[in-house]
Write a new protein. Structure first.
Length: 278
């Protein structure tokens, strides 16, 4: 069975509408999918309607921004049963994101790269989830860089010249939030985080486990093959259920479309075991 439990739409920093993302997943043979936009549930209704029309199983999801170890990490909440807290969180964070975006734009202004805020806002479609990725897309569109990856490497990466540090929820706060909304907690793409020594990803996962974390993404479009293999072992050794997702945002070279990430090994117990009633 082909599943994808980590996908983004234009409700946050994805390129395609929620319905378009569902259609892409269906065309790729996905039977079970979750839409997991950043800090918002605004695309779920549209996506669920399209999934039901196509006969797919749809699971509600949100990818929460969290501060830990001096970095931004992401924890996915799958199948929450209470949605109003997420709407309130989205409204609160939209103001924080807008302030960050204006500060990023001022840094670009200082480098002689002007009007990035206006262009990023237009690409976002709304100001509710304005992100670094929208600035990256703006830089590609105007020819300042050739690719999104180059935009991040030159300007927007952590500690880069246009980077603006933001304080999100702490990990304990995020876990409490997920529990209160009756979601299932999944650590997103653990192989992607580069912490400064002596902090390690295993430290993160140990705290996540102690706080009641349910699963980790083992295979994901944000991992290299070796990382998929490593986190297969980590899931087994630490007693995590396994999740999988393309982390699809749009048609980006070298990144899989919905459902086309490496599948989970058959012998791993999966997070779907906790989502039978969702």
């Amino acid at each position: 069975m082909r599943i994808d439990l980590h996908v983004h739409s234009s409700a946050s920093d994805g390129v395609f509408s929620p319905a378009e993302v569902v259609r892409k997943a269906h065309a790729n043979g996905v039977e079970v999918m979750a839409l997991t936009d950043h800090d918002t549930v605004s695309g779920l209704k549209e996506a669920r309607k399209e999934a039901e029309k196509l006969g797919m199983r749809f699971i509600d999801g949100v990818e929460l921004s969290v501060s830990w170890g001096g970095r931004t990490i992401h924890v996915v909440s799958l199948g929450p049963k209470k949605f109003e807290p997420y709407r309130e969180l989205s409204e609160k964070l939209s103001k924080q994101r807008d302030l960050r975006a204006r500060t990023i734009a001022s840094k670009f202004d200082a480098m002689g790269i002007y009007n990035t805020y206006e262009q990023a806002l237009e690409l976002a479609g709304n100001g509710l989830n304005l992100s670094r990725r929208h600035f990256a897309l703006a830089l590609v569109q105007r020819g300042t860089v050739g690719t999104e990856d180059e935009a991040f490497e030159k300007y927007l990466r952590d500690e880069g010249p246009a980077f603006v540090k933001t304080q999100w929820m702490t990990l304990p706060e995020a876990m409490r939030f997920i529990r209160e909304t009756e979601g299932v907690a999944v650590m997103a793409h653990p192989g992607r985080y580069n912490f400064a020594a002596p902090v390690t990803t295993i430290d993160l996962l140990e705290e996540f486990k102690a706080l009641g974390g349910d699963a980790i993404e083992v295979t994901t479009g944000s991992h290299f093959e070796a990382e998929n293999e490593r986190y297969t072992r980590v899931a087994l050794n630490m007693g995590f259920l396994a999740s999988t997702g393309s982390d699809f945002h749009g048609c980006k070279p070298g990144r899989p479309e919905p459902g086309l990430q490496e599948p989970l090994p058959d012998y791993l117990p999966t997070v779907l075991d906790l989502l039978k009633d969702r």
